[in-house]
Structures are given as structure tokens and as C-alpha cells.
Design a protein around this ligand. Structure first.
Ligand SMILES: Cc1cc2nc3c(=O)[nH]c(=O)nc-3n(C[C@H](O)[C@H](O)[C@H](O)COP(=O)(O)OP(=O)(O)OC[C@H]3O[C@@H](n4cnc5c(N)ncnc54)[C@H](O)[C@@H]3O)c2cc1C
Length: 538
């Protein structure tokens, strides 16, 4: 058609993305390049893009009662959702690194997960929660071993049956209540022991959760108040006697985005649950799961942003205005280069963080995970709505229309910043890690020091950040400013150590010297915009 760029689908998500290829080579096992190339072709197929669109056009439906009035508590999904879930689980993108632990497993999964995020995001909710559930359940005793084995299965089994009868299971989490989501200590759901108290014992849960996503999962990690304090329970959809557990779904949320996925409100009416860890230790128990979901928030958001930017670049290469292709117009080139730079910085930080999850037993990697996970979740997720909105504008009027590729993704963009610790909570967590965990400043110095001495802008930026981090007068009020600068310093250090010179110079000039842009397309003169764009999409 005249002057239309055409659909961008049916291409390799991996080989078209140089920044991701290099991040994998740097942070992971080079042997993963070949399987990820094959995965990039599978995920980038026209069929996958069509499935993603169909699953979001046809949201799930809640069936509270059957036609005779008996409780059903089932959610019905469109076939496209099930097909996507079957492929996601079949690729091992939910729990693969736990099923086949090896060097580079979490990094390889992160690269695959980033690409999955380019195609569909709702399916990542149960996948991410299942990824985090495995470490939370591991080493919790024989009661939970069968659950872990079933989580590791690559067989997606959507049947509403007891877990023991299924080929594979998925898990969700229930923390948020009406009166508080960030402050989970205010939870009022109660748990009473049915006999003996302690790890693995049976309790009855009574109360309400205001958000419980992916309610067709086979079990949930749920916080509730036991006599020993706030505790974590594994609550299955079916009781061991085969009866449906008393998780009464009340309503599905009418969400801005993430529409392929169901998020419910649920009443626990004396529902059965097994205690995880000790009574009163619920927050550390569920945080085992939470840190992995925060990693995934950063990784998946990097993918979401990248897809919008790839669509924008594709459009600009095929659309003409005022006698020239959009990509040839200097101001449009500035916009696309600035967006590409933001994507590259997000990919670099997320993939570096994923490497710290591969070195589970290493003390320095453990400290790095503790500090950098909230930094990356905060900053990468914070950038997403403005990146996706600017990418939409590149497509002009068509960008705003629902049958195009960006509208749905823009509606998705704010979510990863909100759930599993909203922005402010992440920034407060960064301050807490620095103040309370021994060795954190050393870890930070280890990360930032190798890039010193190469560029005065970086050295000045890191010196000023160090002074402000050490100054207790900054306190909570400045937590966002400090976290943002930490993220920028880490991204700059990665660019100085590994980035191509065009990206590195653009980042130092535009992000460190001038601060993050209020609007994209404000890069200074003299940068190689063509090279920057080619980092995001060949
Ligand atoms: C689509 C979707 C799916 C979800 N799925 C789940 C799920 O499956 N399970 C689940 O448990 N929850 C789920 N949630 C809930 C989500 O995790 C919470 O909404 C989130 O943690 C924030 O809690 P809240 O809504 O109670 O807000 P609040 O805790 O009331 O916070 C409101 C705002 O205040 C800020 N704030 C809080 N305390 C402070 C402070 N001390 N200083 C400064 N600012 C502060 C927060 O950052 C936030 O911006 C989901 C949410 C969404 C939107």
C-alpha cells in the first residue's frame, strides 16, 4: 500500500537485536546463542503476534456459580491464552533454570523472557510467580517436594483438577488486602492451626485478598496472621481429599491493560493452607518469591519497551513525509536514537542483574542481588510508559489505534512498576539495603570503580552520588533521586566497560551530564544516531 510501513511480525526477535546478543555473550554462556536464535525465530513468528493480540482482545470470564447455583470459582480463558501458556511452559521460560541448573541458566532464561515480553505480557504473570515460587518452596521439607517437581514440568495442564492428577502446575501469590498492599503487616486474613503448629502443618485461612492474579493457578503463597504473627502459607486450589478448597472468587478486576490475564478478588472461607517456614516469618518467606518477580519486572519491561521501539524504527524506515523517509529526518532520528539508547541501557542493566541470579552461592553476587534488584525494578519500569508513549507517536495517528502494535503495550507499561513493590517502596528498599546490610557500600564500589578514570563526567557523577548516599540528611525524601542516580551510574559503568563508543558517549552526554530527558529526542549534537538506532533493531 502507498506509503505504509506494513506489519512488523514474522522476524527473529534475537538476531535483530544486537544489544541483547551482546548482553547474552557478556553475562551468560556463549553456547546459549544458538538456542536463543532459534527461540527468537519461534517467538517472533506472525502466529505468535496474532496469538498475543487475540488473547488480549478476548479477556477471561469468571464463573462464580454453575447453572444450579453451586460454587464453581472458575475462570474461562480464550484458546489463544492456553496456546500461549502451552508454548511458554513448553519452552521452560517459567522454571527452566531450576529444572536444569547450570552456568548461565538464569541469564539465558532472562534473554528468552525479554523476548517473550515483546509478544505478550499477561501470560508472564503466572510464569513469573511460578519462577519465584520454586526457591521459596525449596528446602521447606517433604510436604512441598511434589509441588516443586510439578512446577518444574514443561507440560502446561490447564485442567481444573487436584495437582496430583496434573502433568504440571503453576503458582500465584496473595498478599494485598483492601487496607494495604505495600504495608503487608496490616493484613487481617487469619490462620488457625488445625492441629500441631509449625512448618508444614495444616491451618485454616479466613479473610479477603483484594488482588489475587492468575486465580486458575494450582496453589498460592498467601500471607495471613497466625498466633505467632504474619506467616506464609501454601494454599492449594484443591484439598488433599479432592474437594475444591474454599477460595471463593468474587470478581475479576477491570484492568487498564494486562487484559489477557485474570486478576481476582477472593474470599478465603476456612481454606486449607500449609505453613511455610516458621510462624511470624511470613515476610521473609514470601520475599524469596518476591525478589525473582522483581527481577522479572525489570527483564520483561526491557522487552516491552524494546518491542515498542522496534515497531517505531520499522515504521520510520517505511513511511515518508515531506519527501523523505521519516528515518532520514534529523529530528526523528534524534527521537529514535534516544529511545534506542534507553532500551539498550535497560537491557544492559536487566541482563547484568540476571547474572547475579546465576551465582546463587557467591557472597558478592548475593549482595549485588539485594541492592540492584530494587534499583533495576524501579528505574527500568519507571522508563516504560514514556518510552512506549513516544514510540507510539512515531506511528502518528495509527499508533493510537487498538489494532496497531503499540496501544495495548502502552496500557501494559505502568503495571510492572506498581505490583510487587511500587516505585516508592523500591526506593525505600534501596535505602534500607544500604543502611542495614553489611558490605553494601563495598559492593557498590566494586561495581562502579572499574569504570573510573575513563571519563570526567562519570567520575564527577559517581563522586557526587557517593557523597549524597553517605549523607543521612537526604533520608527518605530523596530516595527516588538517589535510586535514579544509582541506576544511571550503574548503566554508565556498563556502557564504559562494554558498550560501543557511540552508545557510551550518547549516554554520558545525555544522561549523566544533562540528567534523564524529560522528553525523548533531546540528544545533543555530534552523536552517531544511526549507530544508536542499529543497536535496538537491525
Ligand atoms: C494488575 C495487578 C495485579 C496484581 N496482582 C497481585 C497479586 O497477584 N497478588 C497480590 O498480592 N497483589 C497483587 N497486586 C497488588 C499490588 O501488588 C499492590 O497494588 C501494590 O503492592 C501496592 O499496594 P496498594 O495497592 O495497597 O497501595 P498502597 O500500599 O496503599 O500504596 C499506594 C502508594 O503509596 C506508596 N507508598 C506506600 N508506602 C509508602 C511510604 N512509606 N512512603 C512513600 N510512599 C509509600 C506506594 O508506593 C504506592 O505508590 C496486583 C496489582 C495489579 C494492579
Amino acid at each position: 500500500m502507498d506509503n505504509e510501513s506494513g506489519e512488523l511480525a514474522g522476524y527473529n526477535l534475537f538476531t535483530s537485536h544486537p544489544a541483547l546478543i551482546e548482553a547474552l555473550a557478556r553475562e551468560g554462556d556463549p553456547a546459549d546463542r544458538e538456542p536463543l536464535t532459534a527461540l527468537g525465530a519461534r517467538l517472533g513468528s506472525t502466529e505468535m503476534f496474532a496469538l498475543g493480540a487475540a488473547a488480549n482482545r478476548n479477556p477471561p470470564e469468571l464463573h462464580v456459580l454453575d447453572r444450579f447455583g453451586a460454587r464453581r470459582d472458575e475462570v474461562e480463558f480464550h484458546p489463544a491464552w492456553h496456546e500461549l501458556m502451552r508454548r511458554l511452559v513448553g519452552e521452560g521460560l517459567h522454571t527452566g533454570p531450576w529444572a536444569q541448573p547450570r552456568r548461565g541458566a538464569h541469564v539465558a532464561r532472562a534473554a528468552g523472557y525479554l523476548m517473550w515480553a515483546e509478544v505478550e505480557n499477561g501470560t508472564q504473570c503466572p510464569a513469573t510467580m511460578s519462577y519465584g515460587a520454586v526457591p521459596a518452596l525449596a528446602n521447606q521439607g517433604p510436604r512441598f517436594e511434589a509441588w516443586v517437581r510439578a512446577l518444574l514440568s514443561r507440560d502446561y495442564d490447564p485442567r481444573f483438577l487436584p495437582a496430583a492428577a496434573k502433568r504440571g502446575v503453576l503458582m500465584g501469590m496473595g498478599m494485598t488486602e483492601r487496607q494495604g498492599g505495600s504495608d503487608v503487616r496490616s493484613n487481617t486474613t487469619r490462620a488457625a492451626a488445625l492441629g500441631a503448629r509449625g512448618p508444614g502443618c495444616e491451618y485454616q485461612l479466613t479473610g479477603h485478598k483484594w488482588f489475587l492474579s492468575a486465580p486458575m493457578c494450582d496453589a498460592f503463597l498467601v500471607l495471613a496472621q497466625a498466633s505467632g504473627g504474619l506467616s506464609c502459607f501454601l494454599v492449594p486450589r484443591f484439598r488433599p481429599d479432592g474437594g475444591v478448597n474454599a477460595l471463593h472468587l468474587q470478581r475479576l478486576k477491570d484492568k487498564l491493560g494486562n487484559r489477557s490475564n485474570a486478576s481476582s478478588e477472593v474470599e478465603f472461607e476456612a481454606a486449607l493452607g500449609w505453613l511455610l517456614g516458621e510462624e511470624g516469618r511470613g515476610i521473609p518467606a514470601i520475599l524469596e518469591m518476591g525478589v525473582y518477580t522483581r527481577l522479572d519486572n525489570a527483564v520483561a519491561t526491557a522487552g516491552l519497551m524494546h518491542q515498542c521501539v522496534a515497531q517505531a524504527i520499522h515504521h520510520a524506515r517505511g513511511r515518508r513525509a515531506f519527501g523523505a523517509l521519516l528515518i532520514e529526518q534529523p529530528l526523528m532520528r534524534n527521537v529514535l536514537a534516544d529511545l534506542s539508547l534507553e532500551c539498550e541501557a535497560g537491557v544492559m542493566l536487566a541482563m547484568r542483574l540476571a547474572r547475579a541470579y546465576d551465582a546463587q552461592a557467591d557472597a558478592s553476587a548475593t549482595r549485588l542481588r539485594r541492592l540492584i534488584t530494587p534499583v533495576a525494578k524501579y528505574w527500568v519500569c519507571k522508563r516504560a510508559p514514556s518510552v512506549c508513549a513516544e514510540a507510539m507517536e512515531v506511528l502518528g495517528g495509527n499508533g493510537y489505534i487498538e489494532d496497531g502494535p503499540i496501544a495495548r503495550r502502552l496500557r501494559e507499561a505502568p503495571l510492572n512498576s506498581i505490583w510487587e513493590g511500587s516505585g516508592n517502596i523500591m526506593c525505600l528498599d534501596v535505602l534500607r539495603a544500604l543502611a542495614r546490610e553489611p558490605g553494601m557500600f563495598d559492593t557498590l564500589a566494586e561495581l562502579l570503580a572499574p569504570a573510573r578514570g575513563q571519563d570526567a563526567r562519570y567520575d564527577r557523577f559517581v563522586d557526587a552520588l557517593g557523597r549524597d548516599l553517605a549523607d543521612p540528611a537526604n533520608g527518605e525524601l530523596r530516595a527516588r533521586d538517589l535510586t535514579q542516580r544509582l541506576a544511571l551510574a550503574l548503566q554508565a559503568a556498563l556502557f564504559l566497560a562494554h558498550g560501543p563508543s557511540a552508545s557510551c558517549e550518547a549516554f554520558l552526554a545525555s544522561r549523566l551530564a544533562a540528567g534523564p530527558p524529560a522528553a525523548f529526542g533531546t540528544l545533543p549534537r555530534g552523536l552517531d544516531t544511526e549507530a544508536l538506532i542499529a543497536r535496538a533493531f537491525l
